[in-house]
Design a binder for this molecule. Structure first.
Ligand SMILES: Nc1ncnc2c1ncn2[C@@H]1O[C@H](COP(=O)(O)OP(=O)(O)OP(=O)(O)O)[C@@H](O)[C@H]1O
Ligand SMILES: [Mg+2]
Length: 258
């Protein structure tokens, strides 16, 4: 049997004593596009944070296994170096750190973890330029402070830039499409598509079908009250778009009362 690259089993996660994820199972396969959908407050961002090892969350039960290694107790740095990447729903500003410096810092941190030397200035310039072109970020951004005064759409493109630079094996994109105008959405979606390949998969969290027209999901997972309750192919997206989440609630409640 083929093992999934990321395997989550019976995950229970609490925040400040309140259980938010319960009995959650999810497999993310190598090089595939997975879409995660679900109503507001169903726990999508919490799941993304739990996969990345956010310190404010307590895993009370279950396991997160990445490439056969149990990462349930690993710190966020270790997960990131192992090849997981998360683009945040609300990216933070880091005043005093330029985009260029930030990119070099994260790239070198990853290289160090792999036992490689710091990147040479010349190589960095080329790598950063390629990544900036892919994310459609104007050159003058490299000297600006990270996310400081960036518009919503510019922050989203910055996430894509980090992704292009780090080339993680699994990227988790939390509402990368929210607040983007039509052109920016296309740029981000096409950029994501360029990065997806046999060695790189994504888990894309979204409320809308739009981005999934370009970034075509192989699998769709629907979250409801802290669990994955439905899984399927792209047809599930159109069904949700048409019918909303009411039928999921009805099915889950009918199932629970049996
Ligand atoms: N720090 C916290 N303290 C208390 N409750 C929290 C905390 N973080 C998350 N929650 C709760 O956990 C539930 C799931 O939140 P989460 O942000 O994961 O939902 P979501 O599916 O990402 O929603 P959205 O679609 O609105 O982004 C919500 O009811 C939220 O209020
Ligand atoms: Mg969310």
């Amino acid at each position: 049997m083929k093992l999934a690259e990321l395997e989550i089993r019976n995950l229970h996660v609490s925040v400040e004593g309140k259980e938010i994820l319960r009995d959650l199972d999810l497999d993310v396969e190598k090089g595939k596009v997975h879409a995660l959908m679900g109503p507001n407050g169903s726990g999508k961002s919490t799941l993304a944070n739990a996969i990345m090892g956010h310190p404010s969350l307590q895993v009370t039960e279950g396991t997160i296994v990445f490439k056969g290694e149990d990462m349930t107790e690993a710190g966020p740095d270790e997960r990131s170096r192992a090849g997981l990447f998360m683009a945040f729903q609300y990216p933070v500003a880091i005043p005093g750190v330029s985009v260029s410096k930030f990119l070099r810092m994260i790239l070198n941190a990853h290289r160090e973890a792999r036992g490689e030397e710091q990147i040479k200035i010349k190589d960095f310039a080329r790598t950063a330029q390629e990544a900036m072109e892919l994310a459609n970020i104007p050159k003058d951004f490299s000297s600006r402070y990270l996310n400081d005064g960036f518009s919503g759409g510019e922050k989203k493109r910055m996430e894509l830039l980090q992704l292009a630079l780090l080339r993680p094996e699994i990227a988790i994109l939390d509402e990368t499409d929210s607040g983007l105008d039509i052109d920016a959405l296309r740029t981000v979606a096409e950029g994501v598509n360029k990065l997806v390949g046999p060695e790189a998969g994504i888990l894309i969290i979204t409320h809308y079908q739009r981005i999934l027209h370009t970034v075509k999901p192989d699998f769709v997972h629907v979250m409801f009250e802290g669990r994955i309750v439905r899984e399927g192919g792209p047809e599930l997206v159109s069904r949700l778009e048409e019918k909303g989440y009411g039928w999921i609630r009805e099915e889950v409640e009918a199932g629970a009362s049996v």
